[in-house]
Design a protein around this ligand. Structure first.
Ligand code: FAD
Length: 492
């Protein structure tokens, strides 16, 4: 059997391993950390369980597909439910909105409580659907870096409809034209942050993202987000994939000569051979640390990074009936918040705060009459800021903001705490500058500026994960594994 080595057990690494194993490869995964999942991690602290990274699960069909490919029933490995409520929004002026998954309910709520109308919401989401229609096959499901992709009928159709994807104005400009009420503009602008971008710079094409939530749905795995990792690793191991933890790959080896070809990797100073190597780690570190002697694609690697995050995991010794699973406390001045992140590379004094409480649905995630709060704000990627000082300041501002809006002192309910910041995201998951989603999508060519899923310099070397095409977030990372698997077929 041909051998394949996967470097990194992030979600895309695990998915690539499963796909190659199903194709008949003997697959070994080498993971630097002690557990699989990468950014998809979990924390157990004083009787509370937290999903440490992703908290919003969309497009579960991309996970199911992996079980189905192996001839298995996904429900035997991991289960999830579709959420009836997507998010609760809180504004400083007292406005509160609950986004129900049923679009009619949500549109009615907006019409009742704001200056915007249900018709505006419907028109906006129709546009989201059109953008999805035009872009998904071309930008998400295939490599953009092979001529063959462009000769496809879907691609040609999309090229003719390119004008419909709203690439030539910013998300803010588009949303301002859709909605009368500035608070609803803000609500839909927030979707730019789903891939670490800035709505005042990113193209309105990112308005495709609400379509994922409102059309395909938002979900919660029954064992929390980490249940996705457990389910997929179980499947991979049953299929015969071998996982090696605490095994940091030091080098990708390839033949010398005019047409270099991959030979394997070095781990613990030992060379391990394989016909195929797939790197799941950040493409920046793949070039910087593992590919010695290969000229780096400077333009690709010098792209602006996506934003990072500062997260407080708080065990709360109380119940908050105002809050749901997903909650947003908006900044008063959204533009100023993004200017702080993107221009000043710092944290605004009034950041938008996201609180996820998985214990609202998963009873065992917190002790009785307690809640597990995952409290996150968007922050710049690490450029050597004084993080200790910024974190202290942000913590105080966040506590004040939530207490002000909920009209109760939340600080006294915090019984335990852990913190994740850009520096620890970089050191724990190998993400350059701690960015969550690889490069930002702050310009309309960003999709073309992500690294391809294969190496044009070393034959049989492939790349998957959130820092390469098609992008960050669980669904796109899973699609990168699918594209890698398609590319492997062509060359090996
Ligand atoms: P990664 O998770 O980046 O894993 C890479 C792996 O490679 C790591 O395990 C690392 O240890 C390993 N590695 C690195 N170097 C080496 C080496 N030399 N040898 C061996 N192994 C190595 N996405 C969503 O869809 N929804 C969300 O709600 C969401 N929220 C997020 C919130 C936070 C706080 C974070 C951090 C991320 C969030 N994301 C979200 C993004 C999502 O987590 C990522 O896009 C996705 O998990 C990236 O997966 P990946 O396959 O690129 O691998």
């Amino acid at each position: 059997k041909p051998k394949a080595i996967v470097i990194g057990a992030g979600i895309a690494g695990i998915a690539s391993a499963i796909r190659l194993r199903i194709k008949g490869y003997e697959v070994s995964v080498f993971e630097a950390g002690s557990k699989p999942g990468g950014k998809l991690a979990e924390i157990n602290m004083s009787g509370f369980r937290f999903d440490a990274g992703p908290s919003l699960f969309t497009m579960p069909q991309y996970v199911d597909e992996l079980f189905q490919l192996a001839g298995k029933n996904p429900n035997d490995y991991f289960e999830y439910t579709r959420l009836k409520e997507i998010c609760r929004y809180f504004y400083e002026d007292g406005l509160r909105l609950t986004a129900k998954a049923d679009l009619n309910d949500f549109a009615r709520e907006i019409e009742t409580k704001t200056e915007s109308t249900a018709a505006e919401v419907e028109k906006f989401l129709k546009k989201s659907a059109t953008i999805y229609d035009v872009t998904h096959k071309v930008f998400l499901e295939r490599t953009l870096h092979k001529l063959k992709s462009y000769l496809h009928w879907d691609t040609l159709k999309s090229v003719f409809r390119f004008g419909q994807i709203d690439a030539f104005r910013t998300q803010q400009q588009a949303n301002n034209s859709f909605f009368k009420d500035a608070r609803i503009v803000q609500l839909f602008n927030r979707y730019a942050t789903y891939n670490g971008s800035n709505p005042y710079q990113a193209p309105a094409t990112l308005n495709v993202i609400p379509h994922f939530e409102y059309h395909f749905g938002a979900y919660l795995p029954k064992n929390g987000m980490y249940g996705i990792v457990n389910g997929l690793v179980k499947l991979a191991e049953e299929l015969g994939v071998k996982f090696h933890y605490n095994q940091k790959v030091e080098e990708i080896r390839y033949t010398n000569g005019r047409k270099p070809k991959v030979q394997g990797v070095t781990v613990n100073d030992k060379m391990l051979t394989s016909e195929v190597v797939i790197s799941n780690l950040d493409i920046w570190f793949t070039y910087k640390n593992l590919l010695k002697g290969i000229t780096q694609p400077k333009k690709l690697l010098s792209q602006e990074r996506s934003s990072s995050a500062l997260i407080f995991y708080w065990g709360m010794d109380s119940n908050y009936s105002d809050l749901g699973l997903h909650n947003i406390f908006f900044a008063s001045d959204y533009q100023q918040e993004f200017n702080s992140i993107w221009k000043d590379k710092t944290i605004s004094n009034d950041p938008t705060v996201y609180i996820n409480i998985s214990g609202k649905h998963l009873r065992t995630d917190a002790p009785l009459d307690s809640e597990n709060w995952f409290v996150m704000i968007n922050v710049p990627a690490n450029n050597g800021q004084d993080w200790d000082q910024l974190i202290q300041q942000a913590r105080a501002n966040i506590i004040q903001k939530i207490s002000r809006i909920l009209k109760r002192n939340i600080e006294r309910d915090i019984v335990c705490e852990q913190i994740l910041d850009p520096q620890s995201i970089e050191s724990k998951t190998g993400s350059y500058q701690g960015s969550l989603y690889g490069n930002s999508s702050n310009n309309q060519f960003a999709a073309f500026l992500r690294h391809p899923n294969f190496s044009s310099k070393v034959k049989n070397l492939f790349f998957c994960g959130g820092s390469v095409h098609p992008g960050g977030g669980i669904p796109l990372a899973l699609l990168s594994a699918k594209i890698v698997s398609d590319c492997v077929d062509e060359v090996v």
